[in-house]
Write a protein that binds this ligand. Structure first.
Ligand SMILES: Nc1ncnc2c1ncn2[C@@H]1O[C@H](COP(=O)(O)OP(=O)(O)O)[C@@H](O)[C@H]1O
Ligand SMILES: [Mg+2]
Length: 303
């Protein structure tokens, strides 16, 4: 595990921003921290980076304890903060030069890394322009270049696509994916945007009020064991009433006269066949009811 946190709690005055969070990230994966605003994503990230201390719990990042060895963590972890700041009057290239100097990267090596990073994020052509002239999307890409020049083992990106239009967001996500695929970096990214996390993350953790309420691959979270959808043709009002009365139906909907759509529990297929046959109707379709990640998200976040 490149990141391992157990029982993290963090209190700000009277607010528990984190309330017993466990997190484990494997080397080489893209891990998505997903949760609504205020769920504790940034707090988690700041603790991993050693920028704030947990009130309780333990944390290790790349083998170091960020509480006691924040500088060691800083050397091996790249960080894109929620609010990236640059020197506006300096060019993109000059901003990156400052970063490489701060990180003690020798000039010749720095020059090579900077040009590679600018190329990687698609800013090579505008690298001489002052950052003041950059759009929000260009700034985010410069922020990623900023992470890249450090060649970190682990990159932590806090809401890298927030405030960016959907098309620009897709470009940034694909760029992040390439960091993992080509540079072999492990990546943790946070987002409150479900579809974006779903697009590139190997695993997702859903945060809610400072707790991890669900975790797994997108496929695991979506899951297939959620019962079935059935379509019933030739249904009478009596059949509809019977189905509505069963405790193994989630929903019974009349799509057209005599045509019902029924959501049923996993183990209720035999019961459905029996009742439908008794009432002289037919089942014209039966398919597994797969949850979308959106349903999961709503289930946790609407509580
Ligand atoms: N510096 C702070 N002082 C007081 N409360 C804070 C501070 N930072 C975060 N919080 C609170 O902690 C909770 C989690 O915040 P945060 O980690 O920023 O969530 P997220 O990044 O998921 O939006 C929120 O209730 C927020 O208001
Ligand atoms: Mg945040």
């Amino acid at each position: 595990m490149i990141v391992e946190a157990k029982g993290l709690r963090k209190r700000y005055n009277h607010v528990w921003a984190l309330d017993g969070l466990d997190l484990a990230v494997q080397e080489g994966e893209i891990y998505g921290l997903l949760g609504p605003n205020g769920s504790g994503k940034t707090t988690t990230i700041l603790i991993l980076l050693g920028l704030t201390e947990p009130t309780a719990g333990t944390v290790r990042v790349c083998g170091y304890n960020p509480v006691r060895e924040p500088l060691a963590v800083k050397r091996v972890v790249g960080y894109l903060s929620e609010k990236v700041g640059f020197y506006e009057e300096l060019s993109a290239r000059e901003n990156l030069q400052l970063i490489t100097r701060l990180n003690g990267i020798p000039d010749r090596e720095a020059k090579k890394r900077i040009e590679e990073a600018l190329e990687h994020v698609g800013l090579a052509d505008v690298a001489g322009r002052p950052v003041a002239t950059f759009s929000h999307g260009m700034r985010q890409r410069l922020g990623i270049a900023d992470v890249l020049v450090k060649k970190p083992r682990l990159a932590i990106l806090d809401e890298p696509t927030s405030g960016i239009d959907p098309e620009g967001a897709v470009q940034i996500l694909d760029l992040i994916k390439r960091l993992r695929d080509e540079a072999g970096m492990t990546i943790i990214l946070s987002s409150h945007l479900l579809y974006q996390v779903q697009r590139i993350c190997d695993r997702v953790g859903i945060l809610q009020r400072g707790r991890m309420v669900a975790e797994g691959t997108v496929a695991e979270l979506v899951g297939a064991g959620e019962g079935y959808w059935a379509k019933v043709e030739g249904a009478t009002p009596a059949l509809r009433a019977r189905l509505e009365g069963e405790d193994w139906t989630f929903a019974v909907e009349e799509l057209a006269p005599g045509l019902l759509q029924v959501a049923l529990e996993e183990n209720a297929r035999a019961a459905l066949f029996r009742i439908v046959a008794e009432e002289g109707a037919v089942i014209s379709e039966l398919r597994p009811r797969v949850r979308t990640l959106e349903e999961i998200y709503l289930r946790y976040f609407q509580e």
